[in-house]
Design a protein around this ligand. Structure first.
Ligand SMILES: [Zn+2]
Length: 231
């Protein structure tokens, strides 16, 4: 294998490794996990609020019952014949009216609260179902991702071994040039096809084309990439 062919192979290995690395980053489930966690916290806060409202509702219903008992007791006093003074009777009627009005107001408040609780209950139920679904999806995805991760790690190990052997067969300064070009241009080696550089598509002069089969490295006069005959 000529030097340029080995460099072309090195680039192919590096590109394959890059694709795996990119896939690895894409497979990251941490982001999805954080999202589910955030939604879970949100739904927990809503459930907490729901419980507070339910408690207020329960307390309010108790207060209504207390006011009912109070009205009943006052009615008995009013119609029981124990109070006969017109002034006292009038005062009693005012008191009863006051208690009834308090009760009406409270009942109106409770109806609004009941609506709010109903809406929140429905919202929480929906969100809880969504979180549960997301958790299930994540679980099955984690399983799939886990299997794929195994494959990728295995392949990357193999690639790195092959790359190590290949690099060991190359002169240090050639590897340095390759590394520098790849970092600067994204690819270091350009396969020559139909007389043009595969990196920048510039047509190459005849003497460059003739030199391709030789052992020395040649570079594209336009983009500077190492030229290699297309395998
Ligand atoms: Zn070029």
């Amino acid at each position: 294998m000529t030097l340029s062919a080995r460099l072309l192979e090195l680039e192919r290995l590096d590109q394959e490794a890059d694709r795996y690395e990119k896939e690895l980053r894409g497979l990251d489930v941490a982001g999805a996990l954080a999202q589910v966690q955030a939604e879970q916290d949100e739904v927990a806060a809503r459930v907490k609020k729901l419980k507070q409202l339910q408690e207020r509702l329960r307390q309010g219903e108790e207060d209504v019952r207390e006011l009912e008992r109070k009205t009943l007791a006052l009615d008995q006093k009013l119609y029981g014949g124990m109070v006969t003074s017109p002034t006292q009777l009038a005062a009693l009627e005012i008191e009863i009216a006051g208690v009834r009005s308090d009760k009406d107001r409270l009942e109106t408040e409770l109806l609004e609260l009941l609506d709010e609780v109903g809406l929140l209950e429905a919202g929480c139920a929906q969100q809880l179902a969504r979180v549960e679904q997301a958790q299930q999806d994540l679980k099955s995805r984690e399983h799939e991702v886990g299997e794929r991760l195994e494959v990728i790690r295995e392949n990357l190990l193999g690639l790195r071994r092959t790359r190590g052997d290949l690099v060991a067969s190359l002169p240090d300064h050639t590897v340095a040039l390759y590394t520098k070009l790849r970092a600067a241009k994204g690819s270091a080696v350009a396969a020559v096809e139909s007389g043009a550089c595969g990196g920048c598509n510039m047509g190459l002069p005849d003497h460059k084309l003739r030199a391709l089969s030789k052992e020395e490295l040649d570079r594209c006069p336009n983009c500077g990439r190492i030229l290699a005959p297309k395998p």
